[in-house]
Ligand binder design. Sequence first.
Ligand code: SAM
Ligand code: SF4
Length: 329
Amino acid sequence: MLVDTFGRTATDLRVSLTDRCNLRCSYCMPPEGLDWLPKPELLTDDEVMRLVGLAVRDLGVTEVRYTGGEPLLRRGLPDIVRRTAELAPRPQISLTTNGIGLDRLAGPLADAGLDRVNVSLDTLDPETFKRLAHRDRLDDVLTGLAAARSAGLEPVKINAVLMRGINDHEAVPLLRYCLDHGYRLRFIEQMPLDAQHGWTRHDMITADEILERLSAAFAIAPDEEHDRGSAPAESFIVDGGPHMVGVIGSVSRPFCGACDRVRLTADGQVRNCLFATEESNLRDALRAGADDAELAERWRKAVRAKRAGHGIDDPSFLQPARPMSAIGG
Ligand code: SAM
Ligand code: SF4
């Protein structure tokens, strides 16, 4: 098992399959993009499967989420999903995507064994989308969402990040759209993980502000029946139910104490936290011929060193060198 010194066990593995993306969300990367990782540094499909297989068979991982960058840009994705579904014990398999290309890929991914999908959608206005993501692709995202639902990848979850002065007036329309279409919406507080280091506490729309905005149009009540567990989203009942909305207060309401996540970057580095400043290089060990026992021990050691919390509020907080797109959100 992957246990840290605070007694937390990591069972939820997030695997970044590429650091590349076809959008440029301003909370994530600059308009001109980033220096992408050179191909030889990326894990091959077989290397990804070697490490995911090890995590599932020997290290107690029960859920595998593929992410990026934009994971739909990875050509081998359906095959990676299929091979993940063949592992024993079979893990839950999910995907976090911006939705572009899902119209074509939702069916094949569902057939390959994908269980669930989270799609990012921050605005319903094409002009705001262009301003926020620097690409005119809103229609592709909406078509992708519909395809995910048709393919049975339900419940389709939507992640939305609100930015002050850009899309923070859209909390209510976004929730209405999701309720109308049967999507489960979760708002995520903006975190200091952008490549440009442009995050400020003032510009972050806090969980409290999100709830306040929603309350202007809906009756929003905490879901006291269900324990949040290790889930980062706090659930709220909308208009008496059964509809729900989630709020992920990563900064103002951190859930580090219950965190069960561990991350593998596209170039084969284990990170024990989004905000970790250290990584463990499994790729080089693997390529140097390490056997499964040695890789497993390196992985356990990396998780053991996990800090108690992300420390964004500490004066000594340092934003990690890697941006979100290269870590895997
Ligand atoms: N490209 C895919 C997508 O956008 O869903 C997967 C990768 S993206 C890094 C994963 C999630 O992280 C998205 O929901 C995105 O909105 C979120 N994200 C990216 N940068 C963020 C930030 N600075 N703060 C909070 N969430 C962020
Ligand atoms: Fe791409 Fe996702 Fe980052 Fe947006 S949040 S730029 S879609 S990786």
